[in-house]
Design a protein around this ligand. Structure first.
Ligand SMILES: NC(=O)c1ccc[n+]([C@@H]2O[C@H](COP(=O)([O-])OP(=O)(O)OC[C@H]3O[C@@H](n4cnc5c(N)ncnc54)[C@H](OP(=O)(O)O)[C@@H]3O)[C@@H](O)[C@H]2O)c1
Length: 238
C-alpha cells in the first residue's frame, strides 16, 4: 500500500499494458484514473475511467482539471497512450505518420504539460513516459513508431533535468516484446514472430505485469533518486 493517498493518471490505461500498469498502481493503494478515447464500463477494481484524447491539448487539460478537483493531485502521471502504424518510409501514408507522431509524441507532451501545474504542487511527484525497445532499435517497417519513441526518450531526458529542482522525477520505461496489448498481435503473427523471437535472450516475451512492476517502482517513494532514466524491460535482446 505504498501509494496510498496518491492519485495516478494512466493515459491509455483502458486495455493492454496501460491496464496492467493501472492494476499494479491500484494494487499498491493509489487512486487510479485511466483515460482513453473510448472507456470501458468496468475499468478494473479501484480504477476510474475518463474520456480524453491525448492528441488534443484541451482534452488532456480538462482531464487533469477533473482529476484534481475530484481525486486530488495527480501525483503520478503515466503517459502511456500509444499507437503503431507499420510501413516503410517509401510507402507510409502521411496520415499514418501523423497519427503515430500526434499520439506517441505530441500526446506525451500534451499530457505532461497539462499535468505539471498539479504534479508540481505535490511532494515527490512522478512522471513516467512509455517508450519501446524500438525507440533505440532501428526496425525496418516501423519508421514512424521508432522515430516517435526515440523522441519520447529525448523528451524524457530533457524534462527530467528541467523539473528535478521542483522535486519531481521524470523517467521512461522501454518495454521489449510483451504478451499484452499491441505486442500480443506480433507474437500471434506466425510469419513475423519467429524472426523476433530468436533475438530474445530470455527465450520468451515479457508479461504485462513485468512491465507494470517497473512502472510501479518508478512511481514509488523507493525511486526518489532515479531521474531521467530509460528503463529497458525486455529480458535482454540480442
Ligand atoms: N505491448 C507491447 O508489446 C509494447 C511494447 C513496447 C511499448 N509499448 C507501448 O506501451 C504503450 C501501451 O501499448 P499497448 O500495447 O497497451 O497498446 P494498446 O493495447 O493498443 O492500447 C493503447 C491504449 O492507448 C489508448 N489511446 C490510443 N490513442 C489514444 C489517444 N489519442 N488518446 C487517448 N488514448 C489513446 C487506447 O485507447 P483508445 O483507442 O480507446 O483511445 C488504449 O487504451 C504504448 O505507448 C506502446 O507504444 C507496448
Amino acid at each position: 500500500m505504498k501509494l496510498r493517498g496518491r492519485t495516478a493518471v494512466v493515459t491509455g490505461g483502458t486495455r493492454g499494458l496501460g491496464r496492467d500498469v493501472a492494476s499494479a498502481l491500484a494494487g499498491a493503494g493509489a487512486t487510479v484514473v485511466v483515460a482513453a478515447r473510448e472507456v470501458p464500463d468496468d475499468p478494473g477494481e479501484g480504477i476510474v475511467a475518463l474520456k480524453a484524447d491525448v492528441t488534443a491539448p484541451d482534452s488532456v487539460a480538462a482531464l487533469m482539471d477533473t482529476v484534481h478537483e475530484q481525486y486530488g493531485g495527480p501525483h503520478i502521471v503515466v503517459a502511456n497512450a500509444g499507437v503503431s502504424r507499420p510501413g516503410p518510409v517509401a510507402a507510409l501514408s502521411v496520415e499514418h505518420w501523423s497519427e503515430v507522431v500526434d499520439t506517441n509524441l505530441h500526446g506525451v507532451f500534451n499530457t505532461v504539460r497539462a499535468a505539471l501545474p498539479y504534479v508540481r504542487e505535490t511532494q515527490g511527484g512522478r512522471v513516467i513516459t512509455m517508450s519501446s525497445l524500438l525507440g533505440s532499435r532501428a526496425t525496418p517497417g516501423a519508421v514512424a513508431y521508432c522515430a516517435s519513441k526515440a523522441a519520447v526518450e529525448a523528451f524524457t531526458s530533457v524534462a527530467a533535468l528541467e523539473l528535478a529542482a521542483d522535486g519531481l522525477t521524470v523517467n521512461c520505461v522501454a518495454p521489449g516484446y510483451i504478451d499484452s496489448g499491441m505486442g500480443r498481435a506480433l507474437i500471434g503473427n506466425e510469419a513475423l514472430w519467429p524472426k523476433f523471437a530468436e533475438t530474445l535472450a530470455a527465450g520468451r516475451p515479457g508479461t504485462g505485469d513485468e512491465v507494470a512492476q517497473a512502472v510501479l517502482f518508478l512511481a514509488s517513494p523507493e525511486s526518489s533518486y532515479v531521474n531521467g532514466q530509460i528503463l529497458h524491460v525486455d529480458g535482454g535482446v540480442r
